[in-house]
Write a new protein. Structure first.
Length: 412
C-alpha cells in the first residue's frame, strides 16, 4: 500500500465518530460520586441564581434618588449575608426614604433600595452617613437570576462532570444526577518478545511498557478496565482473549500485532470474529492503526512502538471512547507558535512531533525534544505538546510558524 492510499486522520476520526453509538444505560448518583461521569440528561435549573437581589460590595444600600454627592442619610440598620434587614426584629425589612442600610457582600438587598455605594465612598458620623458620589440605579447590585434563570438549561446531556461543574450543581441544590454507566474496556498487549515488568529479560526480549501507558490513560477516562495482560503470538490464545473481550467489554484495545507481519494474527482474527473498518493511516507516528468491531465490541488496534501507541490513543481512541461514553466530543486546542529550530519532515503523512512549548515576551516558541523515532519514549516524556506538521509539509526552518497542540489531561 503506497502513501497515497493511507487514510487521512481527520477522515478516519470522522468515520469512527459517526459509526460509534453512544451508551444509553444510566444510573443515578449523588454528586459527590459523580466526578468524571457523563450526564445522561440535561440539567435544568430549579431556581434563580442568585435567588435574590444582593450586594456585590461591602457598603451601604439605599434609594439612588435620595442622594447626590455630599448628601448624608440616616443609618437605618444593617444587612449581613444570611441575615437580611429586619430579620432580628430591630428594624423593618424596607429601606425607608432618606435612610441607608449598612450592607455586606452577598447580603440580600433591602426592599426599596436600588443600589449600593461602596464603603470607600462614604463617611460615617454616628448614625449619619455622608456619601462622596452620586450612585446610579443598580450600582453594585447582583440581580436575582442574572447568573442563571429558573428553567434554564445549565448543563447539556453529554457533559463530563469536572470540578468546575460539581459546585455549580451544588449551588442549585441538586444532590443527585442521572449519568451514563462507565464504559467497560478490555486491554491487552501482544507479542512473544514482551515480558512483564519485574522479570529478567533474555536476549531479544523487552518489557511490556505500552499497557502501562494505555491503562493510565484509561484510568483518567474513568472506564472499567479488563486487563487481559500479555498475549503471546499464538492464534488460539489471542482468539480466546478476543472472545472474552467480545463477551465482557464495550471496547477492546490491543497494542502490537497490527503490522500484518508473519506472526501478526490480529487482522485475520478480526476478519474471522468481526469486521475491519480501516487499517493504516497517513500519520506519523502511528501508521499501523486499526479500527473495527467484534459484534457489539469495538476494536482499536494500536501500533507496538511505544510513542505510536500513546499518540494514536490520544488522537483517535480518546475521542472515540468519549463518543461511546456519550460525551460531547470537542476538538483539541491548537495554537500557532514559532519553531525555535529546524524540524525534519518529509511530505506524505501528518506528523505529530513531540515538542516543548514556551511562552516568551515575543510570543509562543516551540522546540523539539530530540529524536522523533517512534521507539524513543523519552521524546514523549520530556514534551508538553505536539508539533502538528501538515501532511504535505516538508522541512521546517527555524523561525517558521507551526501548529502546536498542548497536551491535554490524559498526558499531563
Amino acid at each position: 500500500m503506497g502513501q497515497s492510499a493511507l487514510r487521512p486522520l481527520d477522515e478516519a476520526l470522522h468515520e469512527m465518530l459517526t459509526t460509534l453509538p453512544a451508551l444509553t444505560d444510566t444510573l443515578t448518583l449523588p454528586i459527590e460520586q459523580a466526578l468524571g461521569r457523563v450526564l445522561a440528561v440535561p440539567i435544568i435549573s430549579p431556581m434563580d441564581v442568585p435567588p435574590f437581589d444582593n450586594s456585590a460590595m461591602d457598603g451601604y444600600a439605599l434609594r439612588s434618588a435620595d442622594v447626590v454627592a455630599g448628601d448624608s442619610l440616616l443609618l437605618q440598620g444593617r444587612a449581613l449575608a444570611g441575615h437580611p434587614l429586619g430579620c432580628e426584629g430591630a428594624y423593618g425589612s424596607v429601606c425607608e426614604a432618606g435612610h441607608c442600610v449598612r450592607i455586606m457582600t452577598g447580603a440580600a438587598l433591602p426592599e426599596g433600595a436600588d443600589c449600593v455605594i461602596m464603603q470607600e465612598e462614604a463617611q460615617a458620623d454616628g448614625n449619619r452617613i455622608t456619601f462622596t458620589t452620586k450612585p446610579a440605579t443598580g450600582q453594585h447590585v447582583r440581580r436575582r437570576g442574572e447568573d442563571i434563570a429558573r428553567g434554564a438549561e445549565v448543563l447539556a446531556a453529554g457533559t463530563r462532570l469536572t470540578p468546575r461543574e460539581l459546585p455549580l450543581l451544588a449551588s442549585l441544590g441538586i444532590a443527585r444526577v442521572q449519568v451514563l454507566r462507565p464504559l467497560r474496556v478490555a486491554l491487552l498487549s501482544t507479542g512473544d518478545e514482551l515480558k512483564p515488568v519485574g522479570t529478567p529479560l533474555a536476549h531479544g526480549e523487552i518489557y511490556d511498557s505500552n499497557r502501562y501507558g494505555v491503562r493510565a490513560m484509561l484510568e483518567r477516562l474513568q472506564v472499567e478496565i479488563l486487563d487481559l495482560g500479555i498475549i503471546p503470538d499464538d492464534p488460539e490464545q489471542l482468539r480466546a482473549a478476543f472472545l472474552r473481550a467480545r463477551r465482557e467489554a464495550d471496547a477492546l484495545i490491543t497494542s502490537g500485532g497490527v503490522s500484518v507481519g508473519e506472526a501478526d494474527y490480529t487482522k485475520q482474527l478480526l476478519e474471522e470474529l468481526g469486521e475491519i473498518g480501516f487499517w493504516k493511516l497517513a500519520i506519523k507516528p502511528g501508521k499501523p492503526f486499526a479500527f473495527g468491531r467484534l459484534e457489539q465490541t469495538w476494536f482499536f488496534g494500536l501500533p507496538g512502538n511505544p510513542v505510536s501507541a500513546m499518540v494514536t490513543f490520544d488522537q483517535l481512541v480518546r475521542p472515540a471512547l468519549a463518543r461511546l461514553a456519550g460525551e460531547t466530543v470537542r476538538p483539541p486546542l491548537r495554537l500557532t507558535a514559532t519553531a525555535a529550530e529546524g524540524l525534519k519532515k518529509a511530505p506524505g503523512r501528518l506528523d505529530f512531533q513531540r515538542g516543548i512549548l514556551e511562552s516568551t515576551p515575543t510570543g509562543l516558541v516551540v522546540r523539539s525534544t530530540g529524536s522523533q523515532d517512534s521507539g524513543v519514549f523519552s521524546s514523549l516524556s520530556r514534551a508538553n505538546c505536539y508539533i502538528v506538521l501538515e501532511r504535505e509539509r516538508g522541512q521546517v526552518a527555524a523561525g517558521e510558524p507551526v501548529t502546536v497542540e498542548p497536551f491535554g489531561s490524559l498526558l499531563q
